[in-house]
Design a protein around this ligand. Sequence first.
Ligand code: FCB
Length: 465
Amino acid sequence: MSIPTGPAGPLRFPDNFGWGAATSAYQIEGAAKEDGRGESVWDTFSRVPGRTRNGDTGDVAADHYHRYAEDLDLMRDLGLRSYRFSISWPRIQPDGTGAPNQRGLDFYRRLIDGLHDRGISPMATLFHWDLPQALQDAEGWESRDTAYRFADYADAVFRALGDRVPAWLTINEPKTVVQNGYLIGHHAPGRQDPDAAYLVAHHLQLAHGLAVDALRATGSDSRIGPALNLHPCYPAEDSPQAAAAARLYDGYENRLYLDSLLKGSYPADVLADLGPRSRMVQGIRDGDLAIISAPIDLLAVQYYTPIYVTADGGTEHRWATSEAEWQQIYPEGMYDILTRVTRDYGPIPLTITENGLPTPDTMGPDGTVDDAGRIAFLRDHLAAAHRAMAAGVPLESFHVWSLLDNFEWAEGYDQRWGLVYVDYPSQRRVLKKSATWYRSVIADAASERPPPGQPGPDGSASVSR
Ligand code: FCB
């Protein structure tokens, strides 16, 4: 019964499907000055007046650093099988270099052990935007050296925690750092410099590849891959001009990252558009693309919205939006992007590491939070993911963004993306209706699993809607 609307019959997900939820360090941890943590670019940025809504910062956030045990219990109660979180670089290397800070490592060791104790598989992201400020002071991602510093940090984390983490993700959404951090400037470090932006893109890709090499060098058999937010780009109208504009837009949104990782080349149309004098083009050295395209074990896809591109290269909204004005609710885009990745890049194992929306959640007088919009959104996106799997996409797991309400970057705490409501003044956690719905989806998938040794007709578990 678990995906409970629509005329269609049961949706069967594989027995071992990784039902999950996602978070990131700066957005939930708080404890900004504890146990030797250094400053990150988001500490700096969020303190600049006018940069975040209401001047919000991640100083306290959802206080997860102190409440992680309670949050682990919540995850167990929801029945999660996978938890995707990030490690804060400035907790491990307060200045971005040098010997790791043991107290920072210890926190993640406790978290990871707590996941295993509850039967939840850890999926750890190494970089979810909280660059140590000391590295930003040394030119941040504009400097090629930062990619090498990232590999050193990754190596320290792999050596300390690698035995307990079966899946690593390198860089979360390099595109968002490029676009929001360096083009639009509404994320840290708040720049508006197109020429720097694409050099940053190259260095983020290089950092990813160097981290993959670093993991392999430890002899680990854990899996590793990047986390990309992919946006299907459609022409907004039926004209050759709109088709061409959408194609180039797709280059900047998707192929810049996918092609370099999976084909070992940057897309020619994007390079031509940037021009030979761009800092990015000048910054690509012999051998870089071989590093960037080192074989990966899985590709993490984050899907939120499609983009409709007009003939003049602008964009249009076609579908209902959410509390996030950039989002259009279009579940079919999930199907399109997943099938496209498999078609164009081959049958690489995929995980969805983020999908969700912010809804105007308030706690009712009876203490419940009725987020029907989130249930409908997740139901429709899961159905689209399921159809992609039926069409041959090797999708292993699905992580709702987000487990908890949290610090949504420039939007501060106004947008609520969680399955779990956080009452910030008291830090009390309240399961929203979507959380209990998701719990029943997971539980039904588990209960309909055939007993051990007796596989179902197609070896899969059944979930219906
Ligand atoms: C993604 C980010 C994540 C969160 C969601 C809403 O781009 O990776 O941290 O902000 O959007």
